[in-house]
Design a protein around this ligand. Structure first.
Ligand code: ADP
Length: 476
């Protein structure tokens, strides 16, 4: 919390800051140095729960080894956690076939039955939450407490979509023609390909897969190469929950094969939908793939969330919010710091690798930040808070919007008129007003501009996996 006081001193008496930093979701995995002990198990494979630690791919309800395997490392210690099936394009196509076959039955399963299967999966996640959290911590490097939080958050998506599964309604429309009635049906899209990142390996899966399965779609998940164990552990639990073979498939692969596997999945004519969370650059590649066969897409891409503290703000509240939203689960990369320093920024605190070792970076506060610095417009995967001072609301909003991404934005103000104005003017998909933690399964998650397409979670999330069909009844 020491950095908070630095913020006070750098702008006193009225601290006015725009902190450009990574978005609340696109934060990535290691710990926040300076906190309490983070691990309660022996790093490496030895301390992990064997019941859930799967290394084969999961296709058509079966665990299938691949010809090759790739190592998965604990990012904190570098220890090898295990060797996982390295699937290629042929395995990807086989998984799509299995998912398509399963779809032909799954789409006909009643909404109530789909709902109760998702609920069983949720119950199993809760029962196994401690083991799942250990797996997340081991493969992503995030603190155990945060991994436990992620598991609870992830499980809630399964609970939420088990409830939403029973609320997929259509419409009846009265047209000017008396002898006709128009019906709108909502039908599952088909096979959905789900490609996930490493920072929230469990939540990204349940948020997408929960919606897909509730809608009646089947899925093939390609997890990030660093974090395949969470997706595979979830497959084990899906199996135990009785989710039919082929409905949830997982094909892990190494970084080397990601391009080929991604292309095979996203160009397959049996696939109707691509749901991706990751970098904007990869998202654009997948959009190209999708274009050729006109597939539906959901893209949750990079963010660069502004955090604005206006004159009227309760600064203590703002500091707490900044810590909660910005220093949670950050990665450890240092290029943005050196770039900023070379262009005139000043280190207020931190600024170098942490004494804990080369994989850790000190929480860093930079002042005198200008918009030409990389940290002002590129997503920083690290515990870095660059501070830009501003003089007017218009200027703050202009700085916040001067980026081609727009995932989340936060601001602190006690002025009701200003709150309305700024909330409406920020070019983002999600706004936190006097609040740093805004994610919830009940609310729509997603961004505007190059932060993505579509919304996840909430009552809207399920629409991403549904097709509208208009049926006209004549001769009445
Ligand atoms: P991050 O910044 O989270 O690492 P990436 O976009 O590199 O974002 O990775 C997110 C996911 O996209 C991972 O599962 C990764 O394997 C996958 N991926 C990376 N490149 C490609 C590609 N060319 N085609 C398909 N998937 C890819």
């Amino acid at each position: 919390m020491a950095t908070c006081f630095w913020w006070r001193s750098c702008g006193a008496p009225h601290v006015r800051l725009v902190l450009h930093d990574r978005g609340l979701c696109r934060v990535a995995g290691s710990w926040a140095p300076g906190r309490a002990p983070l691990r309660t198990y022996v790093p490496g494979r030895g301390g992990l729960p064997t019941t859930l630690l799967r290394t084969n791919s999961f296709v058509g309800g079966r665990w299938i080894p691949a010809a090759a395997a790739f190592p998965v490392l604990d990012p904190a210690s570098g220890a090898e956690l295990g060797r996982v099936a390295d699937c290629g394009a042929p395995e990807a196509r086989a998984a799509v076939c299995a998912a398509y076959e399963a779809f032909c039955n799954w789409r006909g399963v009643s909404a109530k039955e789909r709902s109760s299967l998702l609920r069983k999966w949720y119950d199993l996640m809760i029962r196994n939450k401690d083991d799942l959290a250990k797996i997340i911590t081991a493969e992503s490097g995030k603190p155990l407490k945060e991994a436990q939080g992620e598991i609870m958050y992830s499980a809630l998506f399964l609970e939420w979509f088990s409830e939403e599964a029973r609320r997929i309604y259509g419409d009846i429309i009265y047209t000017p023609a008396k002898e006709k009635r128009a019906l709108v049906l909502k039908q599952p899209l088909g096979v959905a390909v789900v490609i996930t990142p490493w920072n929230f390996p469990s939540a990204m899966i349940t948020r997408k897969v929960g919606a897909a399965l509730a809608a009646g779609c089947t899925v093939v998940v390609k997890p990030a190469e660093d974090t395949p164990f969470s997706a595979l552990a979830l497959a084990e639990l899906a199996n135990q929950a009785g989710i039919p073979p082929g409905v949830y498939n997982v094909i892990p692969c190494s970084q080397k094969k990601a391009k080929d596997v991604g292309e095979a999945l996203c160009t397959d004519p049996l696939v109707s939908k691509i749901s991706f969370t990751g970098s904007t650059a990869t998202g654009k590649i997948l959009l190209h793939h999708a274009a050729n066969s006109v597939k539906r897409v959901s893209m949750e891409l990079g963010g660069h969330a502004p955090f604005i503290v206006f004159d009227s703000a309760n600064v203590d509240q703002a500091v707490a919010g900044a810590m909660a939203s910005k220093f949670r689960n950050s990665g450890q990369v240092e290029k943005h710091v050196s770039d900023a320093l070379s262009k005139g920024a000043t280190v207020v605190t931190g600024g170098k690798r942490h004494q804990l070792g080369k994989n850790f970076f000190e929480p860093t506060l930079l002042s005198n930040v200008t918009q030409d610095m990389l940290c002002s417009h590129e997503e920083t995967f690290g515990p870095l808070a660059p501070v830009i001072k501003f003089d007017s609301e218009e200027e703050a909003v202009a700085i916040a919007n001067a980026t081609d991404v727009g995932l989340a934005g936060y601001f602190y103000s006690q002025d009701p008129a200003q709150i309305w104005r700024v909330a409406e003017q920020l070019e983002v998909g999600m706004v936190g007003v006097n609040e740093g933690l805004i994610s919830s399964v009940e609310c729509p998650f997603g961004g505007v501009k190059q932060s993505g397409l579509g919304r996840e979670g909430s009552k809207y999330g399920i629409d991403e996996y549904l097709e509208l069909k208009y049926v006209c009844f004549g001769g009445l």
